[in-house]
Design a protein around this ligand. Structure first.
Ligand code: GLA
Ligand code: ZN
Length: 714
């Protein structure tokens, strides 16, 4: 296994977002009985600020300008360990107190970042054991950031100590409103650590998980290649070893690494809860459901989810991969991130802790956002459930690794192209107020994102091009084009709120999950899945029953054979219910033998020509659909949209390609967000008279949404 860099990793997630499957998400509908509005929270419209990198003489001017922008808060200090603890145990918070005081004087609340993402040189020099070991067995070096091990007890102790000193000094400071623990956990150049401390941590974690070695040996099937362990201390980490690792061990290692980062965070959280009971606590991560760390566990005990959003970064990566420019693709990818962020804590409003405000870049620049795009991206977040936004960053660094990452002030402190736009957006969002920002978003469709499946498929893809995240993003693009709201849920989530649940590449299937799916379908829901269904147990062993294992009766089929596709391509012919041109098959074909299901498409080539490729089964009052073939993007989009229609998902507003529609609601109030991701004006027909809350104008018959324009309708 190799560990991709952060760039490759995030870029890979967009790799197969094809033009067809990436049409924009847009939907709006009324859902009775939506969850009640949470108690209104504080307005968080701010900026990420670096007083540690700014001459003190400028702090007053910065604070005044921020206040003039309408900002309510900043996030500071998350990379300032060296200034706060210049040598071990010697703490210097004078500068931070002065910064907080000046900001507070200008009515700007402070979110303090704990600094464990970047330890200072004295610490690295004294404790070289803290450095992460990557998948090639190489020890990382200091000089960048995020080069430390999440299991290392010394690093944990020192990280907790500096955070506790901060907490002690600032708990009673009225300028401080909350905390961000660390910064983007796991998103460094190596996504996993394989050091001796992690090995020991893994062994302990396994002791708790399995209790006995017998159970562990059985679960992993260690008799294969003579790997039966007779002591927990013999258990290795999955580093290069002359052959692929045991799949059960490798999957557990991914679970352990995610756990190690979560427990690292929770150590600081426990302390902050005790010492700063009146402050909120969160951390920030990317919104996309990448499988570096289980964000559901990470945010479980935190007050709200917070994500970082850089659309231009994705634009740059897609161009780098030779993909055609696609505002639609980027807009849909970002929507997926927002829908996941909202779903991470069961639909609670989330915060965007870093929102792109200018040209993004580390060693190269992403494009300058077009006029209107920063405002549009802000509203896209709010449209999908964000309650607060911090722009990244206030000024633009003239030194350090992120000199190219443009903020609200340029290098010479002149105003950036988006300066006035951001000021206007903040003013508008304040006028919309708490009720809108903290309103709910209730979806009728759900897309399952299962970390176990992502990790297990990465360990044994079955086909070199098969990737869980790619399947999930392609399906999201296809479904969202059907203009429906989508939650991105855990496999064990309650399925009852949804009319239709999509679960691509559900390779690992637990008994609990299978039972939930069965009762969802019996109760009238539609469950849609595809090839490699139910192949593995939660221990990553292959099931001993015919496929699709635990879901055979639900799907009403048996998999007669499964065939990876390389040069011998296949194709499918659709039955009238899914009418359309023959579809092409890409990576995979499961050959389906109905045992009660109806055939919706058949293969046309090879020795399985005429056999079932897509089936639909009726169980109780619901339906279960098995898509055995890896369909081309256009066919997949048509099939998934047709199924959404059959499940009763309706489009209350017709909008042209490039325009996105979402709706949030509180009690019997609702707000429709219309977002134009294209540069040209688009006309949208409306069935009744709406008032635009941003302009106060009423609209009847149609609305012309200007290029990158936004309307909030009620
Ligand atoms: C991330 C980090 C920030 C900064 C920005 C821009 O999202 O959280 O510290 O590095 O990217 O690179
Ligand atoms: Zn480690």
């Amino acid at each position: 296994m190799t560990s991709p860099t952060r760039r490759e990793f995030i870029g890979g997630a967009f790799a197969l977002m094809t033009a067809e499957s990436m049409r924009l998400p847009l939907w709006a509908r009324a859902v009775p009985n939506a969850a009640s509005t949470p108690s209104a929270g504080q307005i968080l419209l701010g900026v990420d600020y670096y007083p540690d990198q700014t001459p003190e003489a400028l702090w007053e001017e910065d604070s005044r300008m921020m206040s003039d922008m309408g900002f309510t808060n900043v996030r500071i200090a998350e990379f300032a360990w060296g200034l706060m603890e210049p040598s071990e145990g010697k703490f210097e918070f004078g500068w931070l107190h002065r910064a907080v005081e000046i900001l507070h004087k200008h009515n700007i609340g402070v979110i303090l970042g704990t600094p464990s993402a970047a330890p200072p040189p004295w610490l690295s020099a004294k404790y070289p054991d803290i450095f992460e070991v990557n998948a090639q067995g190489q020890r990382l070096r200091p000089g960048g950031r995020r080069f430390t091990c999440p299991s290392n007890p010394v690093y944990r102790k020192l990280s907790l100590a500096i955070a506790a000193q901060m907490a002690k000094k600032f708990t009673d400071n009225t300028g401080v409103i909350g905390w961000q623990i660390d910064n983007e956990l796991t998103l460094g150049s190596s996504l996993r650590c394989y050091c001796n401390f992690c090995q020991a941590g893994f062994q302990n974690w396994l002791r708790t998980r399995y209790s006995t070695l017998d159970t562990l040996n059985q679960s992993w099937g260690t008799v294969f290649w003579s790997q039966t362990y007779t002591d927990f201390s013999q258990i290795p980490v999955p580093l290069l070893s002359g052959g692929d690792p045991n799949p059960g061990l490798a999957l557990d290692y991914d679970r352990y690494q995610s756990y190690a980062n979560v427990s690292f965070t929770e150590e600081q959280l426990t302390m902050l809860r005790q010492m700063c009971p009146t402050h909120f606590v969160t951390t920030n991560n990317v919104g996309l459901p990448l499988d570096t760390i289980d964000l559901r566990s990470l945010f479980a005990k935190l007050d709200f989810a917070a994500i970082d959003n850089y659309p231009g970064f994705f634009d740059m990566l897609m161009a780098q991969q030779g993909k055609p420019p696609s505002y639609d693709g980027i807009a849909t990818g970002i929507s997926l991130g927002h829908d996941f962020a909202r779903s991470v804590k069961g639909g609670e409003p989330f915060m965007i802790m870093e929102e792109q405000s200018g040209k993004a870049g580390q060693s190269t620049f992403a494009p300058q956002p077009e006029t209107g795009q920063v405002r549009l991206w802000t509203y896209q977040g709010v449209a999908h459930g964000a309650m607060g936004i911090n722009y990244f960053r206030w000024d633009t660094a003239t030194f350090g690794a992120e000199e190219y990452w443009h903020g609200i002030l340029n290098h010479d402190r002149s105003k950036s192209p988006a300066y006035e736009e951001i000021r206007q957006t903040v003013k508008e969002l304040k006028a919309l107020g708490q009720e809108v920002l903290y309103s709910q978003y209730a979806a009728q469709s759900a897309l399952v994102f299962d970390y176990d499946c992502s990790w297990a498929v990465k360990i044994q893809p079955g086909h070199y091009a098969l990737d869980y995240m790619t399947q999930v993003t392609s399906w999201y693009g296809a479904i969202s084009a059907s203009r429906t709201g989508i939650d991105v849920i855990a496999p064990e989530a309650d399925l009852s709120p949804y009319k239709i649940v999509f679960a691509p590449l559900a390779y690992v299937m637990s008994e609990k999950q299978a039972a939930k799916i069965k009762s969802f379908v019996q109760g009238g829901g539609m469950f849609v899945t595809n090839f490699r269904l139910g192949v593995k147990t939660v221990s990553s062993q292959i099931v001993r029953t015919p496929l699709p294992g635990l879901l055979r009766d639900v799907m009403g089929v048996t998999v007669a054979d499964y065939i990876p596709i390389y040069s011998a391509k296949n194709a499918v012919k659709f039955a009238p219910a899914l009418a359309g041109p023959d579809g092409e098959c890409g990576l995979w074909t499961d050959i389906l033998q109905p045992t009660g299901a109806e055939v919706l498409a058949s293969y046309t080539k090879g020795s399985h020509a005429g056999e079932a490729a897509i089936t639909i089964n009726t169980l109780g009052s619901g339906k279960a659909v098995y898509i055995g073939a890896d369909l081309d993007a256009a066919s997949l989009a048509r099939v998934l949209r047709t199924l959404s229609g059959l499940a009763g998902i309706k489009q209350p507003l017709e909008v042209p390609p490039g325009v996105e529609v979402t709706m949030r609601r509180a009690g019997d109030k609702q707000w429709i967000f219309l977002l134009n991701h294209t540069a040209v004006s688009q006309s949208v027909s409306i069935p009744k008279t709406f008032t635009d809350l941003l302009t106060g104008k009423t609209h009847t018959g149609k609305i012309d949404v200007s290029g990158y324009g936004v309307h909030v309708l009620t």
